[in-house]
Write a protein that binds this ligand. Structure first.
Ligand code: C2O
Ligand code: CU
Length: 461
């Protein structure tokens, strides 16, 4: 472990391109989980031995159109079992990719045929869901983009997969172990090298006046990105894939918890040569460039009206709270708060005994996934869940298979999301209509937390 924080500043440029887009709608090729050697760290550092999809970090951008059927054969060329989760897709449960819950993990040398319809347009992603804490950190993730029926009026559509890697600066290899008690009991595995699309110095080029769609995906294991935009006017048009009913001008920082996505429409306002891009907040209180936009020239299109809303997806209705069931999910444990005891694998254990079993956290008194779901629902039921955070850490809570909305204190609803950030001691409530049958995982997307207690599930009959 090292306290070193490597960012683009202070390093020379010149990394190999590490991410390729697959030709759109040409996905007869399998998706191969395989080892690869990738130059993640700046020149002068060693290459990193990664686990990848198709040899690149991130994996290929999978692009489909709304309503398309995704057929994707996973080929496992790793030495360990794996599976693919299609994060944020309101999917058929059997295709959700959760090893041990919705499918058996695919053994080394094995294959699995993922085959499902994409009901919603938007920005999604795919990642390993077998020992995710390690497999995602080693590189098994990529963007899944579902296009709206009609193209938007933008000059370009850019996918930006934000990630970080915890590397040994001597060798360039991943710092081990992945199941590190210190990381599991604190904020999770946070990297010392931050990058976008597999590069620490990812940059875009644009002309003044260009309008871009930026699809930001936080693929990091634990890092919460705080972002600022420079040299552009921006509007948020979608969160976690789902369109907002009206674009919202970005006038403050953007917070992106692990697994969250934000779709922005940005108009480049910077003059040629002036600074533009995405800045990220660093622990030392500085703002550093995460994505530089090199501005040259000026687009012929000068003034544009504010962007229109994206077309809505289906089934975006507000949940009817009048008949809702209410439950409370209490988050406990971790460093600086702890807990008295919890149930783990059917046994009531005190905190010490839980730690001995690698369990630092619990959800409503249960550490890790049990045989009985947190909620047993019938199709069409409305559930509200109070998320009570009695820990000293934020948690990005993710529900599989269905999007939910925050229920604010004044009774109004927030936008549809599949992952929401819970802050210690801040009350938070969500609600959704259970319209997708199956066994759906509900867990913290700080993946070290999910692996050490913060995982439960919801059954929809
Ligand atoms: Cu993106 Cu269960 O996760
Ligand atoms: Cu957490």
């Amino acid at each position: 472990m090292t306290g070193l924080s490597i960012t683009r500043r202070g390093f020379c440029a010149g990394l190999v391109a590490a991410s390729v887009a697959r030709p759109a709608w040409a996905n007869a090729d399998p998706l191969t989980a395989q080892k690869a050697s990738v130059q993640l760290a700046p020149d002068g550092y060693g290459a990193t031995q990664v686990w990848s999809y198709d040899g690149t970090i991130p994996g290929p951008v999978l692009r489909y159109r709304q309503g398309d059927r995704l057929t994707q054969k996973l080929v496992n060329q790793l030495d360990v079992p794996t599976s693919v989760h299609w994060h944020g897709i309101r999917i058929d449960n059997a295709m959700d990719g959760v090893a041990g819950l919705t499918q058996e993990a695919v053994p080394p040398g094995g294959t699995f045929d993922y085959d499902f319809v994409l009901p919603d347009a938007g920005t999604y992603w795919y990642h390993a869901h077998t020992n995710s804490m390690e497999q995602v950190a080693r590189g098994l993730s990529g963007a899944l983009i579902v296009e709206e029926p009609a193209p938007l009026d933008v000059d370009r559509d850019e996918v930006l997969v934000l990630d970080d890697w915890l590397l040994d600066p001597e060798t360039g290899d991943f710092a081990e172990p992945f199941a590190h008690p210190m990381m599991m009991s604190h904020g999770g595995r946070t990297g010392n090298l931050v990058g976008v699309n597999g590069r620490y110095d990812f940059r875009l080029t644009a002309q003044k006046g260009d309008r871009l769609r930026l699809r930001l995906i936080n693929a990091a294991n634990a890092r919460i990105f705080s972002l600022r935009l420079q040299g552009m006017d921006a509007w948020t048009v979608a969160l976690d894939g789902m369109p907002l009913h009206a674009p919202e001008a970005v006038d403050s920082e953007i917070t992106l918890a692990p697994a969250q996505r934000v779709d922005l429409i940005v108009d480049i306002t910077a003059d040629e040569g002036a600074p533009a891009g995405l800045l990220m907040w660093m622990q030392d209180d500085s703002w550093q460039a995460l994505v530089e936009v090199a501005v040259s020239g000026r687009s012929a299109r000068t003034t544009r009206p504010a962007p229109a809303a994206l077309p809505p997806n289906q089934a975006m209705d507000l949940p009817d709270l009048s008949q809702a069931r209410s439950l409370e999910l209490v988050m406990e444990g971790g460093a600086m708060a702890g807990m008295d005891s919890a149930t783990y694998q059917g046994e009531q254990l005190d905190f010490r005994a839980l730690i001995d079993r690698g369990q630092f956290w619990a959800l409503s008194g249960q550490a890790g996934r049990s045989d009985t779901p947190f909620a047993d629902l019938s199709r069409g039921d409305v559930l509200r869940v109070k998320l009570t955070n009695r820990t000293a850490f934020p948690h990005g809570m993710h529900l599989h298979g269905m999007h939910f909305r925050q229920v604010r204190a004044d009774g109004t609803f927030g936008p549809l999301r599949d992952t929401i950030l819970s802050i210690p001691n801040e009350p938070l409530e969500i609600a959704f209509t259970a319209d997708n049958p199956g066994k759906w995982l509900f867990h913290c997307h700080m993946l070290a937390h999910a692996a050490s207690g913060m995982t439960t599930w919801i059954n929809v009959a």
